[in-house]
Design a protein around this ligand. Structure first.
Ligand code: SAH
Ligand code: SF4
Length: 363
């Protein structure tokens, strides 16, 4: 049975054509699936009975199963979604006054090994399919509508206004499926999100950043975390392959196609590792040619991480130095930490194929 969440408009049109259905039927179907959130073909009332019957025989709408559903005291809501074979991924919704941001995953675990990241610590199982990526929006949308009283809900009302690919996984190592899902998020027939409001966060895979610039330029966030190669090689090991100077150049290239005129640099504040004023100065000189904004992320601890978070005072003086040098720097508010939904705490459930967990225990 084909899962219709795999198809964008063009593919769905092609899929129903042999059954004698025209392109506008594909648009109708997408509207039912994504705007209304309907899974049951029989309830798609403006499709002919015979078409509905046909669809239920050949296709399905398969979304990730909800395993756990947590609501934090600050309104943040986190789901652990079952994607089969004892693998779980996490998605988090963060409501704010003027927007609702959904943080989604791109892989079960992550094959990169950033030392301060709990997803990285868990190893890697597999890439998510495009259907599993867009399926996270589908599930969140439907559940949030229930939370906000579905009955009074008009389909034009949007609860999820922003999407960030900052959950589990490195999106650019699952390029094809991620871009397919991004294109669907942006398509008016699906979620119609604005390019500016969809952000991909990456640890810095340069060739894939260049490709994204051509294929689907959305807002870009780079996990920087260190001001020089020596330290970044240690804590973000992919840096050995794609060092900082080349990464800065790729950011500059990205900007001329990007929906925003800056790149966001994420910088996790690790006590006595990357938080000195000397390192802040190095950072200023590293990014001097890159239109950028800094987001300083207080480190979120997890068991046996080996790190602690910098003190508030240290984070603030780090921020001050960047701002005095003319950079924009904000400190990320930690949301949902009472339910382990904050950055880097997304652990999901990973059947590790890399034996990383074992290696770490032996080390
Ligand atoms: N793989 C991508 C996206 C997922 S991680 C990337 O690395 O960019 C999303 C963000 O959370 C990244 O900036 C990541 O470095 C950060 N992060 C990871 N572990 C963290 C932790 N323990 N505390 C705070 N932020 C963390
Ligand atoms: Fe993977 Fe991102 Fe975590 Fe690094 S920070 S291990 S790239 S999820």
């Amino acid at each position: 049975m084909e899962n219709l969440l795999e198809f964008n408009l063009r593919e769905l049109t092609k899929y129903i054509a042999p059954y004698g259905h025209k392109a506008y039927r594909a648009k109708q179907l997408l509207k039912w699936i994504y705007k209304v959130g309907q899974k049951d073909f029989n309830l798609m009332t403006d499709l002919s009975k015979s078409f509905r019957q046909e669809l239920s025989e050949i296709a399905q709408i398969k979304t990730p199963q909800i395993h756990l559903d947590h609501l934090s005291s600050d309104g943040t809501r986190k789901w652990l979604l079952d994607v089969g074979a004892k693998n779980g991924i996490e998605a988090v919704f963060i409501p704010e006054k003027d927007r609702g941001t959904l943080c989604i995953s791109s892989q079960v675990g992550c094959a990169l090994e950033c030392t301060f990241c709990s997803t990285g610590r868990q190893g890697f199982n597999r890439n998510l399919s495009s259907a599993e990526i867009i399926g996270q929006l589908w599930v969140a949308n439907n559940l949030l509508r229930e939370q906000q009283n579905y009955k009074s809900f008009k389909i034009e009302d949007r609860i999820i206004t922003n999407v960030v690919m900052m959950g589990m996984g490195e999106p650019l190592t699952n390029y094809k499926q991620v871009v397919h899902a991004l294109e669907m998020m942006l398509d008016d027939n699906v979620y119609g999100l604005s390019r500016r409001r969809v952000t991909l966060s990456t640890s810095g895979l340069i060739p894939a950043i260049d490709k994204l610039r051509e294929d689907c330029p959305v807002s870009l966030a780079i996990s920087l975390h260190a001001p020089n190669d020596a330290l970044r090689n240690e804590i973000v090991p992919i840096n050995k392959k794609y060092p900082l100077e080349a990464l800065m150049k790729s950011c500059i290239r990205y900007i001329d196609k990007a929906p925003r005129d800056f790149v966001t640099f994420e910088y996790v504040m690790l006590n006595d590792i990357n938080d000195s004023l000397e390192q802040a100065k190095q950072l200023v000189s590293l990014v001097k040619d890159v239109p950028c904004k800094f987001n300083l992320i207080p480190f979120n601890p997890f068991p046996n991480s080996g790190y602690t978070c910098s003190s508030r005072a240290k984070i603030e003086s780090f921020q001050r130095l960047l701002m005095d040098a003319g950079l924009v720097a904000t400190i990320r508010k930690t949301r949902g930490d009472d339910i382990d939904a904050a950055c880097g705490q997304l652990a999901g459930q990973v059947q590790d194929k890399t034996k990383r967990t074992q290696r770490i225990h032996l080390a």
